[in-house]
Write a protein that binds this ligand. Structure first.
Ligand SMILES: [Cu+2]
Length: 344
């Protein structure tokens, strides 16, 4: 009887707890940092009404791209990984689908077959006089060698993939510093005048108005050029966060007092979503990551719209874009000799 009473007390307690603890629900989605800190020049002069033009940046230079449904975001009912858009992601996805899953199926079916075979063929009724064999050298070699071969087939591509994921970026790669804060992200562009983008989650209404998925969409995006390795320096200002973009096969912890480095490369223009992936406090689930991948030319314009400087170009914000962009195409010639030396 006491058991019964205890169980009921526990059950009622459990039912009530979530309402008491759901601090996340109670908190408004208002950003911790005022958006004015966001983007240097523009933010101050743009009136609040301009919110509807999304970023508040000069629309002649940059208009936020609409995401493609099902690309760079989770898809309802999908049991596979998200579609991959980075070189390492494509390899990893291929290893999973072409090597690991067939092997898992093969091994499972083989073991199931052996099990049924033993159960039916060697049951007492069918096999009244069992064999007394205790050793069979040939079979013992087979069941050692085959699993070893299976492990080698898995190890070779997966270890080389692991190594490739942590290869340092080329010397001339664009650097973006990513900082995790409770509970939003900051993106600094040291190669482009060191401006910082503060990125907060959009409210359901704002996300809807912009045609973006709620809880994945952010007001200001991290923008990178397409098809180029970008060096991300990842850190945090308060507690441990984790910067993750599933469709780029990217995840790295953001640790206060430490800078973690990893290359991010996305080979298709578009919008890609991610989330903080290290439990970091009450609003951990509300600090999404939005990455917009643009052509080099559009990326340069975005940098100018933020009052930044384009690499290899004198600090003269918002001049004739066409000539400036043309000059930029040759921007990688910073120190070719050094770059070569570093890659070798
Ligand atoms: Cu976090």
């Amino acid at each position: 009887m006491t058991h019964f009473v205890k169980a009921w007390i526990l059950a009622i307690g459990l039912i009530l707890t979530p309402t008491a603890l759901s601090a996340q629900e109670a908190l408004p989605s208002a950003p911790v940092v005022e958006p004015a800190a966001t983007s240097g020049l523009e933010a101050a002069d743009v009136p609040a009404v301009a919110e509807t033009t999304a970023s508040g940046l000069d629309p002649a230079l940059y208009t936020p791209m609409k995401p493609t449904p099902g690309i760079g975001m989770p898809v309802d009912g999908n049991i596979d990984f998200q579609q991959q858009f980075s070189p390492t992601g494509e390899t990893a996805h291929w290893i999973n689908n072409a090597i690991l899953i067939p092997m898992m199926f093969g091994v499972s079916l083989f073991v199931l077959f052996l099990l049924f075979w033993v159960v039916f063929r060697f049951r007492r009724g069918a096999n009244p006089d069992p064999s007394k064999t205790t050793h069979n050298t040939f079979i013992e070699i087979i069941w050692t060698v085959i699993p070893v071969l299976i492990l080698v087939v898995i190890a070779v591509p997966s270890i080389s993939l692991l190594a490739r994921q942590f290869e340092p970026a080329p010397e001339d790669a664009l650097t973006v510093k990513v900082t995790g804060y409770q509970w939003y992200w900051g993106y600094t562009y040291p190669d482009n005048g060191d401006f910082e983008i503060i990125s907060n989650m959009l409210s359901p209404e704002e996300a809807d108005a912009r045609g973006e998925p709620y809880q994945l969409a952010a007001d200001n995006r991290m923008v990178i050029p397409v098809g180029k390795p970008v060096k991300l320096l990842i850190t945090a200002a308060d507690v441990i966060h984790s910067f993750a973009i599933p469709s780029a096969w990217f995840k790295l912890d953001a640790v206060p007092g430490r800078i973690n480095e990893k290359v991010l490369q996305i080979d298709r223009e578009g919008v890609y979503y991610g989330q903080c992936s290290e439990l970091c406090g009450a609003r951990h689930g509300f600090m999404p990551i939005t990455v917009e991948v643009l052509s080099q030319e559009k990326f340069n314009n975005w940098v100018r719209a933020n009052g930044g400087t384009v690499k290899g170009e004198a600090a003269k914000p918002a001049v004739a874009e066409a000539t400036a962009t043309a000059a930029n195409e040759t921007k990688t010639e910073v120190a070719p000799a050094d770059a070569d030396a570093a890659t070798n």
